[in-house]
Design a protein around this ligand. Structure first.
Ligand SMILES: [Zn+2]
Ligand SMILES: [Zn+2]
Length: 169
């Protein structure tokens, strides 16, 4: 991207000169081309085209005008394009960042769940240490879970109220 402070005074003058001269040359070239075309297509019989040389003159004028216009407005066009594309790049970056963040969250969630699985469930009857998802005590065989009759959620055997729906068990 072009930075204003890096553009010298001379460059600025040249640019504004190109901005005027470019379109002016394009305009002159277009007029020459139109005149040559009109002259060429309105020829009668074997009459020599008077302004045919204008056709050859107009093409380089249009070309130079086009190039100068490009010099004059090139910076502005580049700036416009960078403004147009910058938000897209930002969105792409945000999208990637969001995706990465959710990916990291998934991993940390999995790690946490793994850590939870090492947590133990204490039997309310014999105080034996069982695996968190154990349904029966490994030491006394007591039932460690009860299924809520209202929502079918798993609760500990000694629970009085469902941890999911709050209804009495
Ligand atoms: Zn037990
Ligand atoms: Zn329930």
């Amino acid at each position: 991207m072009e930075k204003e402070k890096f553009i010298t005074e001379q460059h600025k003058k040249a640019r504004s000169f190109y901005r005027i001269l470019g379109p002016v040359l394009l305009f002159i070239g277009a007029i020459c081309l139109i005149m040559a075309s009109i002259d060429f297509f309105t020829l009668q019989g074997f009459e020599e085209p008077k302004f045919f040389w204008l056709f050859f003159l107009s093409l380089p004028i249009i070309f130079i005008g086009f190039v100068l216009t490009g010099f004059g407005f090139g910076g502005a066009i580049a700036k416009y394009q960078s403004r147009e594309y910058a938000p897209v790049a930002k969105d792409t970056f945000n999208y990637l960042a969001t995706e990465t963040t959710s990916g990291v969250k998934e991993i940390s969630k999995a790690i946490q769940e793994g850590a939870n699985s090492t947590q133990s469930l204490i039997c309310y009857k014999c105080n034996g240490e069982n695996l968190i998802h154990a349904k029966f005590c490994s030491y006394c065989g007591e039932k460690l879970v009860q299924i809520c009759p209202h929502c079918e959620e798993v609760n500990t055997a000694d629970a009085l109220y469902c941890n999911h729906c709050g209804k009495s068990l």
